[in-house]
Design a protein around this ligand. Structure first.
Ligand code: GZL
Length: 351
């Protein structure tokens, strides 16, 4: 994909995003929902005509609710696409199944929504349904994860993280740490908890980290297995790794939820985590509970993956509504958190 990456300054959007997200959480908990967000079934039932005629109708197929990050991602989009902001949001939770996403996309097409938005659970298998959306003249906006299609006219644009760069950032941190601690010549035994296999996030983080790891003959990736981005599976796989590899030095865990499970497994096995003689944990997402573990030293580095993409989506729809020039890709900005810098960001975190 020959994309022009645009790094929108997220200062303004980020602050707005956080405020919108806090509003969402406040309103949602008091039960006075402000969303026109309905499920696919409800929308197919009585539709959204009448008083909603002047709203921009968006069908959004979300992967599921497998992680803290995913919940924040969903909240960010629901907080941006409110009725007050001029949207009618039809939301579907696919529960990690591609067939549920394809069903939802077909439902959005039959309801003639104005825009289809989805985060593809895995990269392949989308050509047919995207052809159908193209035939129906409905723009498709990809969010978070990417599809692998021959013809990139099958989607209008993509908003998300550069997960390959995230993988490189983790590798570069480890490189630097080993140098600073005089261990750059030591044999380093590494295991990798992969995210959902064949998702662009898993493939990107794996490729980016491997690009750095392949420079060092003394870095040994002993095993890589999918923890499916969840706490439970992450713990289960970590227990298997501990059983099989008695001398693990580093765990690369491709999201914080798997990290929570992995740290539990490591500590239950009697081993420690941390830079002072424990297993070094490299994690991704940078959700608040994980950043607290960076502050305590249990997680050595957490590479941010920014889920607050709702404001970016609203900006992109605005560009399309105004018929202005649109880029093929919009990359969200992301930081790297370590014990040295994390505290100054803790109050900013809304997820
Ligand atoms: C990343 C996103 C991943 C997160 C996980 O772009 O797709 O999915 O890292 C989430 O927490 O489940």
């Amino acid at each position: 994909m020959d994309e022009k990456y645009i790094n929108w300054k997220t200062e303004g959007i980020f602050r707005l995003g956080s405020a919108a997200l806090c509003l969402f959480l406040l309103v949602f908990t008091c039960g006075c929902g402000i969303f026109s967000s309905v499920s696919v079934e409800d929308a197919e039932g009585d539709g959204y005509g009448g008083e909603n005629d002047n709203l921009v109708v968006v069908g959004f197929s979300q992967i599921g609710s497998e992680s803290v990050w995913r919940t924040a991602h969903t909240a960010s989009i629901q907080a941006a696409l409110t009725k007050e902001n001029g949207y009618f949001l039809i939301f579907d939770n696919a529960r990690q199944k591609q067939e549920n996403q394809i069903k939802a996309l077909r439902s959005f097409i039959s309801q003639r929504v104005d825009y289809i938005v989805f985060s593809p659970v895995t990269e392949s298998g989308w050509d047919t349904v995207l052809e159908e959306a193209k035939e129906a003249g409905i723009p498709v906006i990809l969010m978070d994860r990417m599809v692998d299609v021959e013809d990139d006219s099958l989607y209008t644009t993509w908003i998300g993280p550069d997960t390959e760069e995230e993988g490189r950032k983790a590798g570069r941190w480890l490189e630097e740490y080993l140098k600073m601690s005089g261990r750059q010549k030591e044999d380093i035994n590494i295991v990798v908890l992969q995210g959902t296999l064949s998702s662009s996030s898993q493939r990107g983080r794996s490729a980016g980290f491997a690009e750095i790891a392949n420079r060092y003959v003394n870095w040994h990736i002993l095993g890589q297995r999918s923890g499916e981005f969840t706490v439970a599976k992450g713990k289960e796989v970590m227990e298997q790794f501990l059983e099989k590899y008695p001398d693990i030095d580093v765990v690369v865990s491709q999201n914080d939820d798997m990290t929570f499970g992995a740290v539990e497994a490591i500590e239950e096995s009697g081993r420690k985590v941390g830079r002072d003689g424990g297993i070094i944990i490299l994690s991704f997402d940078a959700v608040k509970d994980a950043l607290r573990m960076v502050e305590t030293g249990q997680i050595a580095v957490d590479v941010e993956c920014n889920p607050e993409q709702g404001e970016y989506l609203a900006e992109v729809i605005g560009i399309l509504e105004r018929g202005e020039k649109l880029e093929k890709a919009y990359v969200v900005e992301e930081k790297v958190f370590t014990m040295e810098n994390v505290s100054k960001y803790m109050n900013d975190r809304s997820y």
